[in-house]
Design a protein around this ligand. Structure first.
Ligand code: BGC
Length: 362
């Protein structure tokens, strides 16, 4: 009798502990070294305060092996939905397939997982539009009627599908202005080869990105910019136009260009509205950033997860082809931030607090 009682208590404890540790939604983010993804974590934690579901957030530290380990750990904890931003779009397919096999819904977050059917939804910003906004900004800064303005191109990591989307959007706007002689590409022979072509194939883009990649790493970005400046002639300097793929790399590239005495003035793009870049914009060291309101992305991802947990279907607004599947997507808009509207867009909206920055004295 006593034995049975003990066993019953033991089983009850086991069930209680499984219930206690069971996780409904797993979130896997690529790294916490970049402020962008720490921002996502913060916004997830804020948003999660109001849901009844349990969520666990893990970082992959830029390693596909760690990413897979994270996915396996979350599956073992019984997740029903996986929200994952892959470090490497192709390598992550195996992890997505693992989750799918375990009956888990897979939501690709911000970056699309490629070449697999195991992605149910994609929650993203309009990344092609991010690139277009960067391209438009540079074109608008050209003094009317001038020709041969030096253009330096930099891109994200080849392993990230977004790098292609950003470049595609930027190229769409910049290419006609390269073809008509307004801009002259300084640092990419691969881009020069196709400079009369508006629509590039993925292969052509891969060649260019391979040459100008920062690998999303500000050290790589800085080194590349310094090498480009060492190779460039004085005529390739003066007032220059720089396509930088995001804020972390933009600050590194801007630092390199500012240190070159032959660079008189530069216009440089960015994205993410990272705090350090917002300060750079206030100080006139970075020209713009594309603001992607992570609060919206997080809300969309959590809403989709909740609907799936309740057996419902999220409403989608776009479709992205990952090579194997046309993935239904929930897409949100972006905003351009410059010195002129930084306060209105980032402070007045409550995204950041005014006291996070040093403002010029009035
Ligand atoms: C994201 C950017 C980010 C970059 C580097 C991209 O996939 O969309 O917001 O800056 O990765 O982490």
């Amino acid at each position: 009798m006593k034995k049975w009682l003990l066993l019953a208590v033991f089983l009850a404890l086991m069930i209680a502990s499984v219930l206690h540790f069971a996780v409904d939604v797993g979130v896997v983010l690529p790294t916490n070294v970049e402020p962008r993804w720490v921002q996502d974590e913060t916004r997830f934690r804020e948003a999660l305060k109001t849901t009844k579901y349990s969520v666990e957030i893990l970082f992959s530290q830029g390693s596909p092996a760690k990413e897979r380990e994270n996915v396996e750990a979350l599956i073992a904890k019984g997740i029903k939905v996986l929200i994952i931003c892959p470090h490497d779009a192709v390598a992550a397919a195996a992890s997505a397939e693992l989750a799918k096999k375990a009956g888990v819904y897979v939501i690709s977050y911000d970056r699309l997982i490629m070449n697999t059917e195991a992605v149910d939804y994609y929650v993203t910003f309009d990344s092609v539009e991010v690139g277009r906004a960067m391209g438009r900004f540079l074109v608008e800064k050209v003094k009317p009627g001038t020709k041969n303005n030096p253009l330096y191109l930099y891109a994200g990591a080849l392993s990230d599908n977004n790098s292609f989307l950003f470049f595609q959007g930027a190229w769409e706007i910049l290419q006609p202005k390269i073809a008509d002689g307004t801009f002259r590409i300084i640092n990419s022979s691969e881009a020069q080869k196709v400079q009369n072509k508006k629509n590039l194939t993925r292969g052509e883009m891969a060649k260019i990105i391979g040459q100008i990649t920062t690998n999303w790493d500000f050290n790589v970005a800085k080194r590349k910019a310094e090498d480009d400046l060492t190779r460039a002639r004085a005529a390739d300097k003066g007032t220059v136009y720089i396509l930088a793929p995001n804020d972390g790399t933009a600050r590194a590239i801007a630092d390199a260009f500012r240190a070159d005495k032959d660079v008189k003035e530069y216009y440089i793009t960015g994205q993410d509205a990272e705090k350090a870049s917002v300060q750079y914009i206030i100080d006139g060291k970075q020209s713009m950033t594309v603001f992607k309101d992570v609060r919206i992305l997080v809300k969309d991802a959590i809403n989709a997860a909740q609907l799936l947990l309740e057996g419902k279907k999220p409403t989608t607004t776009a479709v992205y082809d990952n090579g194997k599947k046309k993935v239904p997507a929930i897409q949100s808009e972006i905003q351009v931030v410059t010195k002129d509207n930084v306060k209105q867009i980032l402070i007045d909206s409550g995204y950041y607090s005014e006291k996070d920055f040093i403002w010029p004295k009035k």
